[in-house]
Ligand binder design. Structure first.
Ligand code: PLP
Length: 503
């Protein structure tokens, strides 16, 4: 492997973003000096209420509406839940029992739709093409006078594909249905104007635009049905009870004031993203690009690397200080492949071979050069410092070998779901880091987690700390159970130890 200085490169900005310095300043000021409850009536309270007012104005301006139409929530997930439940309730009352959506929505929409089916709502999913775009003719055939709501995100978090929400809203309205759009990923990366889009509802999240976590907002057009999820107070015009997180809302407002600058940076970000894509194409011509060239967020690149395991790639990149995300969720069923990637035609295996790179205005050209160099090392399999063990290889010889120290780094709740490998030493990743001197240096260390991703990360971490012989179980305990069901049944959890920590 070529010797190069390790850098920290964060390319997972669709998951969350770093706080902008201006946001930190504004929030610090509020946290230090403005503790009043905005619902009270004396001076301290009025100061807090004023912060809510100016922040609401800033968020409203960023999305093209007036402050009266915005409701602050605890997250965009909450906002999505509130709108869907409100529409379902209104729909059941007026006999429109159908919601039409897409197979690409965020889990806060998908899982709420499943919940609504239990309440008597029919949910229909519109087909999308191979780039993930809603097929408008197919949508037209699904929407009718039974439809209460059409729900379609503006931009997708995994591939970055942008939908024709304006046209979809017009189609919904032609049939007397309402239109909701999750605009979380679009804000700050793509122009968002709720009036121009013609939507009845839209949702936003502060932490995707360099604001704080734990605050979201929804837009509801005047007259659109909206009911509280949380009862017990008159905050947010009676639509969300609970004393407002004034510092978070202030941070959200400040982040929204910066949206024009983020949009102005999108050309530069797209150039870096395209440089990354071109570099990948050169290193690995078989790579498949899941993000469309046109009509895509400027910062997002989803790539499938045939023949490469995504969780191992993430561990290797992490070892080199690079944060990206995978096309599968490690802690659910055996590396559950992303529903978005499956909806655009990827197989389970291809989804597990997929990485998502998401850039921000803080990404620099030299970071892209570094990421490409590290990717090249990985893809050309140059001197990989840890060994990936396939679950089928985890047999009795390995499990009961005197020279192997099995380290189980699963979370406590995962251990309740599945039994672990026999002879495993259970620990948590955070405790492990402060107790490395207790790990045997004369044995080979086999790291196992629930789905494979944490295990790869820990294995590369141990290698960076000088442990010579480190491996991890690909697919984790889930993979082992799947490929070695007889061993799982016979030896699962046998002779496991809670790894002794320093007193
Ligand atoms: N919608 C989309 C498209 C997202 O990407 C996310 C976050 O990942 C959310 C909703 C949920 O946002 P929050 O973290 O504020 O609940």
């Amino acid at each position: 492997m070529i010797l190069r200085l390790r850098q920290q490169v964060y390319l997972d900005n669709n998951a969350t973003t770093a706080l902008a310095p201006g946001v930190v300043r504004v929030m610090g000021k509020v946290l230090r000096g403005c503790y009043g409850n905005p619902s009270s009536s004396y001076r301290h309270a009025r100061d807090a209420a004023e912060i809510l007012q100016v922040s609401r104005q800033a968020v409203a301006v960023a999305v093209g509406t007036v402050p009266e139409r915005m409701v602050f929530t605890g997250s965009a997930s909450e906002a999505n839940n509130q709108i869907l439940l409100s529409c379902a309730q209104a729909g059941l009352a007026c006999g429109r029992r159908v919601i039409v959506s897409t197979p690409l929505e965020h889990p806060s929409v998908m899982e709420t739709l499943v919940h609504l089916q239990g309440m008597g709502i029919t949910v229909l999913f519109c087909p999308v093409d191979s780039q993930g775009r809603v097929v408008l003719e197919a949508l037209e055939s699904l929407v009718n006078e039974q439809t209460m709501l059409v729900c379609c995100m503006l931009a997708n978090n995994e591939t970055g594909v942008v939908q024709e929400v304006g046209q979809i809203a017009a189609l919904a309205h032609r049939h007397g249905a309402l239109m909701m759009s999750d605009c979380v990923q679009a804000l700050g990366k793509w122009p968002v104007d709720v009036l121009a889009l013609g939507v009845d509802f839209a949702t936003f999240s502060a932490h995707k635009i360099h604001g704080p976590k734990g605050v979201g907002a929804l837009y509801a057009k005047e007259g659109a049905p909206l009911f509280p999820l949380i009862h017990g107070g008159l905050q947010e015009s009676g639509l969300r009870a609970g004393t407002e997180g004034v510092h978070n809302i202030a941070g959200f407002g400040e982040a929204c004031r910066n949206v024009p600058n983020l949009l102005a940076a999108s050309g530069r970000i797209a150039t870096l993203r395209d440089r990354l894509a071109a570099g990948i194409r050169e290193i690995f011509p078989e790579a498949r690009f899941n993000s469309p060239v046109e009509g895509c967020l400027p910062n997002t690149l989803s790539v499938t690397f045939p023949g490469c395991d995504g969780s191992e790639a993430i561990g290797f990149l992490d070892y080199h200080g690079i944060g990206v995300s995978a096309g599968s969720a490690c802690n659910t069923q055996a590396n559950a492949p992303s529903h978005v990637l499956k909806a655009i035609g990827l197989s389970d295996e291809e989804a597990r071979q997929t990485l998502r790179f998401s850039l921000s205005d803080q990404t620099r050209g030299r970071q892209i050069v570094y990421v490409l160099a590290v990717l090249r090392d990985f893809l050309e399999r140059r001197a990989l410092p840890v060994t990936m063990i396939r679950p089928a290889q985890v047999d009795e010889n390995l499990l009961f070998s005197e020279s192997v120290f099995i380290l189980d780094v699963r979370h406590g709740y995962d251990r309740k779901l599945l039994k672990g490998l026999p002879n495993a030493h259970e620990t948590s990743i955070s405790i492990l880091k402060g107790n490395l001197d207790l790990l045997p240096r004369d044995k080979s260390i086999l790291v196992v987690c629930q789905g494979g991703m944490d295990g790869a990360g820990v294995a590369y971490f141990l290698r960076s700390k000088g442990f010579k012989n480190v491996s991890f179980v690909m697919g984790g305990v889930l993979g082992w159970k799947l490929f070695q069901p007889a061993l799982y049944a016979r030896y699962g959890d046998k002779n496991k130890k809670t790894w002794v920590m320093k007193p």
